[in-house]
Ligand binder design. Structure first.
Ligand code: APR
Ligand code: ZN
Length: 236
C-alpha cells in the first residue's frame, strides 16, 4: 500500500479548532471562518467541522484545504513547514539531485583558525534530467563548477558542522535545482540555504576565510532546515 494521503499527512500535525478566530488564513487570505479560497484539484470533501486546523507545536491556524494544497505543491516527503514561522513538522527533505559528498583532512590551517588543520569537503553532482520534484520535470539540468570544494576548520565545532552537513546531504538539502543568482542560468544545480566556504586561503568572493561567525551561521541555517545537534547527532 502506498503512504499516507496528503490530507492524512497534514492532519497528523494538526489540532482541531472548534471556533475559528476572526482572522484571515495567511495562505489564501480569506477568512478562517469561511471556506478556503483555494479550489485546486483534490482538496474537496473536507467537512465543515474540520475545515480549520491549528499546527500542534507553533499554534498557527490555517484552512485544512490550504495546508493540503501547500503540501501538494511541495515535494510531498511527509513533512510540513509552517509558512508563518517556519517550524518544521516531521523530517524536511529537499530535491538535491544524485551525486557524491566526500571529505578529508588537509594539513594546513585556514585564515582565522591557526591552531587546527582543515576539513575539505568535495561535492560532485553530474548534470541530469529533472524529476517530478524539480521545477521542470523531464527537462535537463546543468551542473556548473563541480567538483565544488569547501572548507571547514578541523576543530570540535567544525567537525560538528561536518556531521550535520552529512545529515543535510542525506536529506537532499545541500543543493537544489533552479536559477543561479550568480550566473542567471536556469535549470541548474544551485546551493540551497546552507552557506559553504569555497575559498581556502583568500576571500575574493566573500565565501572565504577569515569569518569568525561562519560556523554559528551554518549551525543556524542547518537548524532552519530541521537539522540540529540535539536530534541529529548521537550523544557522546
Ligand atoms: N561559494 C559559496 N557560496 C556561494 C558562492 C560561492 N562562490 N556564490 C554564491 N554562493 C551562495 C550565495 O550566497 C547564495 O546563498 O550560494 C547561494 C546561492 O547562490 P547561487 O548563485 O544561486 O548559487 P550557485 O549558482 O550554486 O553558486 C554560484 O558558487 O561554488 C560556486 O561554482 C559555484 O560559481 C558557482 C557559484
Ligand atoms: Zn486558507
Amino acid at each position: 500500500r502506498k503512504g499516507k494521503t496528503p490530507e492524512e499527512v497534514v492532519k497528523r500535525y494538526l489540532q482541531k479548532v472548534r471556533n475559528p478566530p476572526e482572522e484571515d488564513c495567511t495562505i489564501c487570505m480569506e477568512a478562517l471562518s469561511g471556506p478556503s479560497g483555494y479550489k485546486g484539484p483534490g482538496v474537496g470533501g473536507i467537512s465543515r467541522a474540520e475545515s480549520v486546523g491549528r499546527l500542534a507545536q507553533c499554534g498557527h491556524q490555517y484552512h485544512l484545504q490550504c495546508l493540503v494544497a501547500m503540501y501538494n505543491n511541495g515535494n510531498k516527503d511527509g513533512s510540513l513547514q509552517c509558512p508563518t514561522c517556519k517550524t518544521i513538522y516531521g523530517v524536511k527533505t529537499g530535491n538535491q539531485p544524485p551525486g557524491k559528498m566526500e571529505y578529508h583532512v588537509i594539513p594546513h590551517s585556514l585564515p582565522g583558525h591557526p591552531d587546527c588543520k582543515t576539513i575539505r569537503i568535495i561535492y560532485n553532482i553530474p548534470p541530469g534530467i529533472q524529476g517530478p520534484e524539480h521545477p521542470n520535470p523531464g527537462k535537463p539540468f546543468t551542473a556548473r563548477g563541480f567538483p565544488r570544494h569547501c572548507y571547514l576548520p578541523d576543530s570540535e565545532k567544525g567537525r560538528k558542522v561536518l556531521r550535520l552537513l552529512l545529515v543535510a546531504w542525506d536529506r537532499r538539502l545541500i543543493f537544489s535545482v533552479g536559477t543561479s543568482s550568480t550566473t542567471g542560468e536556469s535549470d541548474t544545480v544551485i546551493w540551497n540555504e546552507v552557506h559553504h566556504k569555497t575559498e581556502f586561503g583568500s576571500n575574493l568572493t566573500g565565501h572565504g576565510y577569515p569569518d569568525p561567525g561562519h560556523l554559528d551561521n551554518v549551525l543556524e541555517e542547518l537548524r532552519a532546515q530541521g537539522i540540529n545537534e540535539e536530534e541529529c547527532l548521537p550523544r557522546e
